[in-house]
Ligand binder design. Structure first.
Ligand code: ARG
Length: 590
């Protein structure tokens, strides 16, 4: 039973009976909950075209509505012309019982089932994951779960960065450090490539590349060799990749991010030559300084701003530089693999939409890639290519979160920090921890909720103490609410029973539940989870008030007690589902 739709159709019918224009009737949750549960401003919006005062219109509608008997709603007209709708306890109880018996818990599936690929994670092989890699798996995992819940077929792909210059740099550095002699036939003794070797090789090489032109050129060459599958570079690369993926998997596991496909840029290598040929054949490419480029700018974009002096750098109005699809030395670039990956995905899965969850600073890259794909017909016209560029996680100083000496913080260190802080907290609350996992689950919940409760596009401040609080708008508070309800459920066996709503605390719970349920569709449209976080919190908070004001376990009236327990059960199910979409784990104790 979609209560909002029922109210809307009743008002719509009343308007029709009154001979009013057939304008859409929209009602919404009340922003004055002390007065009513829903409100409708049809009269305010349409009074002008009806040539009447808004209050008169509202009153006429109310009179019309009251002609028919109903035991679910109390309608009233209020100045200047609102229609207020209060639910009766019959309605509240009916909503509660309907939800409890609905296997979808009231959640409306989408009308059309779509096939979506979500590209998130995006860890780079041979580089350690750092703080910049935190948001994509958090947001992507939740968005995936949300789309699935609403009925879409979703394929998640981690799209590892495993084909770029970092590969050549790492191999070269390891070689120079004398660790690859075996592979180059200079020694019989094989030195196992370890994670710690990789963790130190890349930063070293990356620094050197900036100072040493020779070194960078050689790394370019090694990257090309890997892309050309030349030995021993390919074998070394494969070992580096598999070692690195072990660590990446562990990091993502800790964050509860799971993927259907563990593909990377390199998996599109079979498609890159075809991709480039497609662009050449269609006459979409030109050569520039030895590279092959595709002009993607449209009218009014990428217009050179006249230089004031010859040695000034060239600047552009509405910059939209061309996409580079072959480097001077013939190797493939980030744009090439992304375009080829779309070709591969379309030939393999033919999705209705591909969604990318990547740092907002890559906006231009994706704009170029998407334009290329549309120009070359790689992406059919009706396919949506969506870039969700998330904001930065900042420190308390409002600047991107860094270590004290300005370096990037490793993802693993953040996860450990969250875990340790959560563990301390549990200890100080006297909660016994039988394993590490509990602290990890709470720490990660804190992080996820802190992240997802902001609009995806916005920057936010990483405030670990605030995130980890067991009270207020936090992940641990939601976990705590579930722990509480679970403990009630453990103490008394719930009997299948009817929920009878008869007090304000319970009414508030039902409204919170309805808001939570309606938030799924809104989050789906917005591709942001913030409203789901807020609505989950509001439900938890409504429950807490109810819990404090009513003696659930010691209630003598058996019917009442059973109704309370059934309501607890409903709240538990809805909240657990919301946490599942947020990819936050439930814990046993807190
Ligand atoms: N590896 C990339 C990075 O670290 C992110 C990958 C995003 N996905 C994509 N299809 N390009 O910046």
């Amino acid at each position: 039973m979609d209560i909002k739709k029922i109210i809307e159709s009743l008002i719509q019918k009343a308007c029709k009976n009154l001979g009013y224009e057939n304008k859409e009737v929209v009602c919404s949750f009340s922003n004055r909950p002390e007065l009513c549960d829903f409100q409708c401003n049809y009269a305010m919006v349409n009074c002008k075209s009806l040539g009447k005062a808004p209050f008169d219109v509202a009153e006429e509608i109310i009179n019309e509505l009251n002609k028919e008997e109903n035991d679910l709603f109390i309608f009233s007209a209020v100045r200047p012309g609102f229609i207020n709708i209060k639910l009766t306890d019959v309605a509240f109880s009916k909503i509660a019982n309907d939800l409890l018996s609905d296997e979808n818990l009231g959640i409306q599936k989408n009308d059309v089932k779509r096939k979506i690929i979500i590209d998130y994670g995006g860890a780079n092989v041979a580089k350690e994951l750092h703080v910049g890699h935190l948001r994509s798996p958090i947001i992507g995992e939740s968005l995936k779960r949300l789309c699935k819940l609403l009925g879409d077929e979703v394929i998640s792909d981690v799209h590892l960065g495993d084909y770029g210059l970092q590969m050549g740099l790492t191999v070269l550095q390891l070689e120079e450090d004398g660790l690859l002699d075996y592979y180059f036939g200079k020694s019989n003794e094989k030195i196992e490539i370890t994670l710690s070797m990789l963790n130190s090789a890349y930063p070293k090489a990356s620094k050197r590349k900036k100072e040493d032109e020779e070194f960078r050129k050689k790394a370019d060459l090694y990257t090309l060799y890997i892309q050309q599958k030349k030995e021993p570079y390919l074998t070394i690369y494969k070992e580096i990749r598999s070692k690195s993926v072990e660590q990446i998997k562990k990091n993502y596991e800790d964050l509860n991010a799971t993927f259907d496909l563990w593909l990377g840029e390199s998996d599109a290598s079979e498609y890159t030559d075809r991709t480039v040929k497609l662009f050449i054949d269609k006459g979409l490419t030109r050569e520039s300084e030895g590279s092959l480029i595709v002009d993607v700018a449209r009218e009014g974009e990428h217009i050179p701003i006249p230089k004031k002096s010859p040695d000034e750098v060239q600047r552009y109005e509405n910059p939209m530089p061309p996409a580079i699809i072959k480097k001077y030395n013939g190797s493939d670039l980030y744009a090439t693999t992304d375009i080829a990956t779309i070709l591969m995905r379309n030939e393999t899965y033919n999705p209705d939409e591909i969604i990318y969850i990547v740092d907002s600073r890559q906006n231009q890259h994706f704009e170029q890639v998407f334009r290329c794909c549309k120009m070359a017909g790689i992406s059919p016209e009706n396919q949506k290519l969506t870039f969700i560029g998330f904001g930065t996680m900042n420190g308390k100083d409002g600047k991107p979160f860094k270590t004290r000496d300005g370096g990037l913080i490793k993802l693993e260190d953040i996860i450990n920090l969250l875990k340790d802080k959560a563990s301390e907290k549990l200890k100080s609350n006297g909660v016994e921890q039988d394993d590490d996992n509990m602290a990890l689950k709470i720490g990660v919940a804190a992080m996820k909720f802190g992240d997802l409760s902001n609009n995806v596009l916005k920057d936010y401040v990483f405030d670990i103490d605030k995130f980890l609080s067991f009270e207020g708008k936090t992940g641990p508070y939601l976990q705590y609410t579930l722990v509480r309800i679970a403990s009630i459920k453990r103490k008394i066996e719930a009997k299948a029973s009817e929920i009878v709503i008869d007090n304000d605390d319970e009414r508030r719970i039902i409204i919170s539940l309805l808001k939570l349920i309606s938030s799924y569709g809104i989050c789906y449209k917005d591709k942001s989870l913030n409203l789901l976080c807020l609505s989950s919190y509001e439900l938890a908070s409504s429950f807490s008030t109810f819990y404090n004001n009513h003696k659930i376990l010691t209630e003598n009236d058996e019917n009442k007690r059973n109704s309370y327990l059934a309501l607890c059960d409903l709240v538990y199910k809805e909240l657990a589902l919301a946490l599942n979409v947020l990819a936050i784990d439930v814990v046993d104790r807190m």
